[in-house]
Design a binder for this molecule. Structure first.
Ligand code: HEM
Ligand code: MG
Length: 341
């Protein structure tokens, strides 16, 4: 059953997170890993269950800040110093579309029986690898689902990351590089993927992910926010903290995203079944209408998966929709209740 989300914590200092209590252990054959380099890393260091199956409270705690005794029975020593509001938004969005709201478990990779019995179709409960509900196209280190594998580290794409860091960042990944690489990844997909889709929620997530490496993968003792691609590779490919890594010294979220958006503005849209047919989609939310992101995510993405929930499923969905809304409440978006109040 759903539990209350962990709140913000007190100790937000930079500190060693690759410590003796969190040794890196390579995932075993049954351990789930997927498209998010941060969650993969947290699982391989034991900040998340090493099998890659976790509750929302475990995920929020693991990505967040601080170290303090828990009132929730979870170990609150956490790995990245992500700010509480964004952590809750990403986690409840993921649980609602990729997880099992009844057992309160989410796979950070592929579908797993460990998250519980299947829910009535068309629910998927497929883990973070599931295409098009959270995971989407034009990722930096993973290929588009159209090409077969949307979750494994892709060395060819990595070469582009390094090349852009060399060309636009004097060898480091920074906000300038993020703006250029974001456009490049969109152009790559427009010209090679006939099914390319870049509408909300993916549209928003893509821009957030472009700045996450700068905000979270740079060592917390370093203040210049220039990410060495070798350190980035530890996260993206090896699912591992660089040796002696300190997390960032203040709670962070999507800082810097305006610069990435402004570098090369793109309207949300999609190819129309052929390459090079990108067409803006006026029904998608964009940065001028963030409440529409919430409304469409609830009324389209979630309702497509759960058209008519009843009983414990309906109660769990409502509870988690309330948690999801907490972020949009701070933006003064009106709450919507697809399954009643
Ligand atoms: C990508 C989920 C937290 C960094 C992704 C993707 C998912 C995901 C589903 C794949 C999207 C795609 O590229 O198609 C989550 C969830 C989180 C979370 C549920 C819970 C809070 C974080 C944190 C960081 C992070 C804390 C940074 C420390 C990234 C990056 C990517 C990514 C950099 C882009 C990978 C790429 O473009 O190749 N995440 N994530 N995520 N995530 Fe996370
Ligand atoms: Mg992707």
């Amino acid at each position: 059953p759903p539990q209350d989300p962990p709140g913000p914590l007190e100790d937000t200092s930079a500190k060693l997170v690759y410590d003796d209590a969190h040794p890196w252990i390579a995932p075993g054959p049954n351990d789930m890993r997927g498209p998010c380099p941060a969650l993969n890393t947290l699982a391989s260091h034991g900040y998340l269950p090493r099998n890659g199956i976790a509750t929302p409270a475990q995920i929020i705690t693991a990505v967040m800040e601080g170290k303090e005794p828990s009132n929730l029975g979870v170990n609150r020593h956490s790995g990245f110093n992500m700010e509480n509001g964004i952590a809750k938004l990403a986690t409840y969005a993921a649980l609602l579309v990729d997880g099992n709201p009844v057992t309160n478990l989410l796979s950070i990779g592929g579908k797993s029986s460990t998250t519980g019995e299947d829910l009535p179709q068309p629910a998927v409960v497929g883990g973070l690898n599931t295409h098009d509900v959270f995971e989407g196209d034009a990722s930096m280190s993973r290929a588009d689902s159209f090409f077969g594998d949307n979750y494994s580290f892709n060395p060819t794409l990595w070469d582009e990351f390094v090349d852009f860091s060399n060309r636009f960042g004097a060898g480091k990944y920074n906000l300038t590089v993020a703006g250029e690489l974001r456009r490049q990844r969109v152009q790559d997909s427009i010209s090679t993927n006939p099914t390319f889709s870049f509408v909300a929620p993916r549209y928003f997530i893509a821009y957030g992910e472009s700045v996450f490496p700068i905000n979270f993968f740079v060592d917390g003792r370093q203040t210049d926010k220039q990410l060495d691609p070798n350190d980035a590779l530890a996260f993206f490919r090896d699912m591992k903290y660089p040796d002696g890594f300190f997390r960032t010294g203040q709670p962070m979220g999507i800082e810097g995203v305006e610069a990435v958006i402004a570098a090369h503005p793109v309207a949300p849209g999609a190819n129309r079944g052929t390459v090079n047919s990108y067409t803006p989609d006026p029904n998608s939310a964009d940065f001028s209408n963030i409440c529409l992101l919430y409304v469409n995510f609830v009324n389209q993405t979630i309702r497509n998966l759960y058209p008519n929930p009843t009983g414990v499923l309906k109660d769990a969905l409502n509870r988690n929709l309330d948690f999801l809304y907490e972020f949009f409440d701070t933006l003064a978006c009106p709450q919507i209740f697809p399954y009643g109040q």
